[in-house]
Design a protein around this ligand. Sequence first.
Ligand SMILES: *[C@@H]1O[C@H](CO)[C@@H](O)[C@H](O)[C@H]1NC(C)=O
Ligand SMILES: *[C@@H]1O[C@H](CO)[C@@H](O)[C@H](O)[C@H]1NC(C)=O
Length: 451
Amino acid sequence: MTSRSRYRLLFAISCVLFIYSFLNHHKFPLHFDVLWPGQQQSSSSRRPPPQPPIEERQQVPLASLESSFFTWSDPDAPPLPKPPYKPDPEPSLPIPDPFPLLSDYPPPSRKFLLQNVPKQSWKGHSKKGEAPLLIGFTRNWPLLLQCVTSYIAAGWPPSSIYVVENTGTMFSNRLGRLTLQNPFYLNHTQLGMLGVNVIITPTLLTFAQLQNFYLWTALNRNWDYFFWSHQDLLVFSPPNDPSSTLYSNVLSVLQYLQSPAAPKWAHHFFAYDHLTLVNLHAVLSVGGWDTHIPFYSTDCDMYTRLMWAGFWQGETPDVGLIFDVKTPVDDVGALLALPGTIPSFNGTVYEDVVEMGETMQEVKYNHGSDNSGRNTWQLRQRGGGDEPFYRDPVGFETGTQMMIDLGRRVFAEKWGHRGCDIALMEGIRGEDAWRLERDWEEEDGGEEDSW
Ligand SMILES: *[C@@H]1O[C@H](CO)[C@@H](O)[C@H](O)[C@H]1NC(C)=O
Ligand SMILES: *[C@@H]1O[C@H](CO)[C@@H](O)[C@H](O)[C@H]1NC(C)=O
């Protein structure tokens, strides 16, 4: 047979099959009726059997499990047993109000609150010279309020500070529905009393997503440059130099980086990325942050890709003091040197606030005294069980840790290497992402993510 006649035969058979199935279509019934506009439902035997009244029907997850997936299971099988409970988490003491003055009635005026804040550096900075500072927040209001307050005390104009509320609780905090013992509590009114702005993320974002949200925010607000800061910091202006503040010092760095003398740059760091200055269009030019690497090592990925793309990313020490802490001072108002407040931490009064900051940083890194890790501050608040968007605090931490581990594994697959030191690999370039074989052996059941 020639190929042409083969096709003719095939075509003829297809036609016969098509007509056959068309004539017999009622033998292959649909499980629902397709009604054309204006068509009346016919009262034929094809109609499904009558359903029980709506309130007596099986609910959705169970109904569809029964009908589609578990048809093999015995309908009379006993229910799945519920696993036993884990031991209760260790109780933790309720946290106190970190800045009682802000809860006073009538509320203190902004003028009163900011009376001792250095303001000379705010003058002469026009709207154009504005340096927005974004501080991401997910858990632990006392630490956030302490961080924000210390930036104000170090000369940062409150109107240029934007707390990015990344709690995933939508408007709950803005509407005052969460309380102090809830880990995701944040008081919009009190930040407003200090003159600080709040931006709410639409849903709970990972670190990498939050970074891209910062870029998006800057793009929408026409900020070519912005700063971002961790929320667990306590910052101070240089202690022995009354002529400068932390804010005036970072502004000078920004001015230099905007000048023609500056190299092509993307990020500039103050105490690594505790406080970071971002050049929006540089970061966008390499596609922003990789959200498949949600937390740790996504920074290695981002900064290294920018370096390979020819961007300089330097660091300036000594703009002020930046302490990494896990605990708040006893009264955050003391950071603003407000009348009636004394700088004290864990009941010990300090004459020098900077010395207090040093002690607080030691507490975070010295695990000897209490054997809790560096990030246990995220687990202090345990309340809020009946409030909107409640999540179990220990479970939230567990889920986050698992995503951190997963991110490290994605990073390793992406660059064929486990570790932040990918830049040391000879000849590697940004284009090599996902194209390199693993440079490690899989250990059987060993510690997969130990790097
Ligand atoms: C927030 O702070 C204001 C002012 O201190 C206070 O009146 C209000 O009760 C606080 N809101 C919540 C939900 O705690
Ligand atoms: C706070 O002080 C108490 C005793 O006064 C001490 O047991 C505890 O370890 C201190 N905590 C920190 C974080 O320094």
